[in-house]
Design a protein around this ligand. Structure first.
Ligand code: UD1
Length: 384
């Protein structure tokens, strides 16, 4: 065995759903710079639609997955179980072409993240979690359970904002496991913003810069309850009379709108435009030039903060408090009155400003790669 092969480390990098792709793409690129690291990209298949999955690989310039587990949709238990069952087999088999996995890298807080971390740690393969430590303190959110479980079994905890470090310390994680590295989603945003702005997305929707809003809603708490969804829609329809709104609709939301008999009502609102889910570049083209973003997505809260666009977050809480404390986000829950008031202040030009949080600078992947490739002793030192 050559000295290089002796130092060789094999990482299984696992993705499953839309927000994972945006975080893994820059990390793969950063790890590719290390000759002694071999990465195997595994897609669980939690998201499988072209619009939720394929388009991201193309636009992010991410290589096709080396292994697809094709778990698909299902109830939480069934979906997580399928990921565990299939990933376990794949990790036990080792790398295509031979070799064993030295580490599993998971990102974010989706079911695939948690299930992959569990499968790995039970095989005694160490787990690194990118976006560790975030807590909404709301256990009714499936993502909160995923975050707590993933962090509990990971030994490298890569954190995007200081509140995450505090949460992990409070939970008793050893200091040497915790690394504040910044926000890796922003690496992708900074790299692709110039390209996004060159697209003709606004023309396609007949929109002018700064004179429209972007809406996304997909959380079960907003879209699975008819009353909550209807309340939010009322405000959107009303607002669209003053400010055109474009609303890329997640498959879950589309299903609910039809089930609750709300689709016709929206069709009648001429300036509220519903579209299929958009790819990364089209959505960034829209969000980066919008007057306001109304969303329940964690990722969009963060992107809005970096873009300096007002973000009205349709959630009662957030695991990303820095987007409210330093950034442009305000939590409006599903309180129609609060949403109306905030929209008014955006339209009147009195809405708060924000600043870009420290380490949300487009270099998080480089810092994460440094942590992951450092010799064992060095991994234990804090980066900042
Ligand atoms: C998942 C994540 C959520 C993340 C979101 C981003 C969990 C618990 N939730 O939510 O944190 O913000 O992704 O989009 O992991 N469906 C399709 N095509 C697909 C995938 C799903 O039509 O490619 C439909 C199916 O009807 C499925 C439903 O969407 O039952 C929900 O999909 P699922 O992956 O369970 O959760 P998301 O709501 O997408």
């Amino acid at each position: 065995m050559s000295p290089r092969e002796m130092n060789q480390s094999n990482f299984a990098c696992v993705v499953g759903a839309r927000p994972n792709f945006v975080k893994m793409a820059p990390l793969l690129r950063a790890l590719d710079c290390y000759a002694n690291i071999r990465t195997v990209l595994i897609h669980t298949g939690q998201h499988y639609d072209a619009g939720l999955s394929d388009v991201f690989f193309e636009e992010l310039g991410m290589r096709r997955p080396d292994i697809c587990l094709e778990v698909g949709s299902g109830k939480h238990g069934a979906q997580a179980a399928k990921v565990m069952e299939r990933l376990e087999v794949c990790l036990e088999q080792g790398l295509p072409g031979g070799g064993k996995y030295d580490r599993v890298v998971v990102v974010g807080d989706v079911n695939s993240t948690m299930a992959s971390a569990l499968a790995a740690v039970k095989l005694q393969i160490p787990v690194a979690h990118v976006e560790a430590g975030l807590r909404s303190f709301d256990r009714s959110m499936p993502e909160e359970i995923n975050r707590i479980v993933t962090d509990a079994v990971a030994d490298v905890l890569l954190v995007s904002e200081p509140a995450g470090v505090e949460n992990l310390r409070r939970e008793g994680h050893p200091e040497e496991h915790i690394h504040l590295v910044g926000n890796i989603m922003i690496d992708t945003l900074k790299r692709l913003l110039p390209e996004a702005k060159k697209r003709d997305t606004l023309d396609q929707f007949h929109l002018s810069p700064g004179r429209y809003g972007v809406v996304t809603l997909h959380r079960p708490s907003n879209v699975d309850a008819p009353a909550a969804l209807e309340r939010l829609l009322e405000v959107l329809i009303e607002t669209s009379q003053e400010l055109p709104l474009v609303f890329p609709v997640h498959p879950r939301t589309r299903k609910r709108l039809a089930e609750f008999g709300l689709s016709r009502r929206i069709e009648r609102a001429r300036r509220l435009t519903l579209t299929e889910p958009l790819g990364y570049l089209d959505l960034l083209a829209l969000t980066s030039q919008a007057k306001v973003i109304i969303t329940d997505s964690g990722g969009l809260q963060e992107e809005a903060t970096v873009l300096g666009i007002p973000c009205l977050t349709a959630r009662p809480n957030t695991e990303r408090p820095i987007t409210v404390e330093e950034g442009t986000s305000t939590l409006v829950g599903n309180d129609a009155e609060k949403l109306r008031r905030c929209l008014r202040s955006v339209l009147d030009g009195t809405y708060k400003g924000g600043r870009c949080p420290a380490l949300w600078d487009g270099q998080a992947a480089v810092r994460i790669a440094q942590v992951l490739t450092a010799p064992a002793r060095a991994v234990q030192s804090q980066l900042v």
